[in-house]
Design a protein around this ligand. Structure first.
Ligand code: ARG
Length: 457
């Protein structure tokens, strides 16, 4: 295939080298950004008198035709081309002749690719942020639906204290709020235009970088041309933000899987989001949640791969950097697909408050409340803790729970006990009484739901 850069060499590369070098299979998805970047660049060349109006009109018309033809399928991507930038430039020249050859004046592929990828990722990030919002709203709706379901909470996967299940769900909404913030923050920082940095040193032409930056929706031009073409921090930051998001989705998935198990039976996924076994007729597997958990590893891999790719690179551009796109695109594609499946999966899940209540009743999760009861009546907390602990042991031997211990037995253990002890250890009352800011009480849950809705809508 003829190379636009033939000159210094005859550009007779081997087919193996061409295939190895080509990135078009990955970067062809940026065709629109590449064309928009070129349109803005061409307009600037006309405005500054670097190119004639006539040439720029021909370029713009040619580029718009190419865009239309790629979108309609009339112009198929040529996978033999080196990359999307070369493909479009060659096609333009094919269509309009010499004016097409003038487009690359005062530009390099180094600033071109850098501007394309920033524009592309900016859009993808906004998209993911929109989906995180939808997920937050879905969490808030579920929390409202099960707002007063009493459930055990856990530490060390051991039953810990009574909570409203909604409070547990809302913890994920808070994580998602931070995920949204991290992505928005990365977008804000990356929204500077590298266009006009050229190969690395800037140019002798009287370009107007502020004009192209504004036309393409950037906050301004990157301040240092070497940094502009060398920087891939934004890829690292975005994949890092996506990694944290995936880590959260993975934990949520892990809990869904646990809750759907026969050991827990806290949840049942809708048939639409489960699979059966090819051999065991009774199975209903949470494959979608398992895949979300599994795919999290890919995104982490993309992060480490990109950091490692960058760590030894001298300034400015090196071809290693072509590898950035496969990693960051895969991170976005993966997170996107996972959100697409996770949101309806969550919407369709049925939780089982009766089983949660039953589990809550079996783990002595009101032991803290019993100790607190004694403490509030004057017993030092450590003494109350000890007394409660030995009572739990006694209950386990006798097959009792704290609620079924007779009042007489309580009174034998301490004169501080009275009839009101049963209210103090009632599971629902225990959850309801945790009225401290951000606690599990219903009032707190309702205000969390309201907060999540206000920021996610
Ligand atoms: N396909 C290249 C990339 O993705 C475009 C930039 C090429 N620049 C160069 N000097 N060879 O990084």
């Amino acid at each position: 295939m003829a190379k636009l850069w033939a000159g210094r060499t005859l550009a007779e590369t081997s087919k193996t080298a061409d295939d190895f070098n080509s990135s078009i299979a990955v970067d062809c998805r940026m065709y629109k950004q590449d064309i928009n970047g070129s349109l803005a660049h061409a307009e600037m060349l006309a405005a500054t008198g670097i190119l004639s109006r006539e040439d720029v009109d021909a370029i713009s018309e040619g580029l718009e035709g190419i865009l239309k033809d790629i979108e309609s399928g009339a112009l198929p991507i040529d996978y033999e081309a080196e990359d999307i930038h070369m493909f479009i430039e060659a096609e333009l020249t094919e269509r309009i002749g010499d004016a097409g050859k003038r487009l690359h004046t005062a530009r390099s592929r180094n600033d071109q690719v850098a501007v394309d990828v920033r524009m592309y990722l900016r859009e993808r990030a906004e998209d993911i942020i929109g989906k995180i919002r939808s997920l937050m709203l879905a969490v808030a709706d579920k929390a409202e639906e099960y707002k007063d379901a009493v459930a055990p909470s856990y530490t060390h996967l051991q039953r810990a204290q009574p909570i409203f299940f909604s409070h547990h769900l809302l913890a994920y909404a808070m994580m998602l709020e931070r995920d949204m913030g991290r992505l928005a923050d990365a977008v804000k920082r990356m929204n500077m235009s590298p266009l006009g940095a050229c190969a690395l040193a800037g140019t002798t032409y009287p370009t107007d970088r502020k004009m192209t930056a504004a036309a393409l929706g950037f906050d301004g031009p990157c301040r240092n041309s070497i940094d502009a073409v060398s920087d891939r921090d934004f890829c690292v930051e975005l994949i890092s933000a996506l990694s944290v998001l995936m880590m959260h989705l993975s934990r949520f998935s892990e809990e869904m899987i646990l809750w759907c198990s026969w050991e827990f039976r806290f949840a049942e996924l809708s048939d639409a989001f489960t699979t059966g076994s090819s051999i065991m007729p009774q199975k209903k597997n949470a494959d979608m949640a398992e895949l979300v958990r599994g795919k999290t590893g890919r995104v982490f891999g993309n992060l480490i791969g990109t950091l490692t790719m960058l760590k030894g690179l001298p300034l400015a551009y090196n071809k290693d950097m072509q590898e950035d796109k496969e990693a960051v695109f895969d991170a976005f594609d993966t997170a996107d697909k996972c959100l697409d499946v996770f949101i309806p999966m969550l919407k369709g899940v049925k939780f089982k408050p009766e089983n949660m209540q039953k589990a809550a009743g079996e783990g002595f999760i009101n032991a803290t409340d019993l100790a607190d009861y004694l403490t509030k009546k004057g017993m030092p907390f450590r003494a109350a803790y000890k007394l409660t602990g030995s009572l739990v042991r006694e209950c386990m031997e006798k097959g009792l729970v704290l609620e079924t211990v007779p009042l007489e037995r309580y009174k034998e253990l301490s004169e501080l006990f009275d009839e009101d002890v049963f209210d103090a250890i009632d599971l629902r009352a225990c959850a309801e009484r945790r009225t401290s800011e951000g606690g599990t009480s219903l009032k707190s849950v309702l205000s969390q739901i309201e907060y999540i809705r206000s920021i996610a809508k």
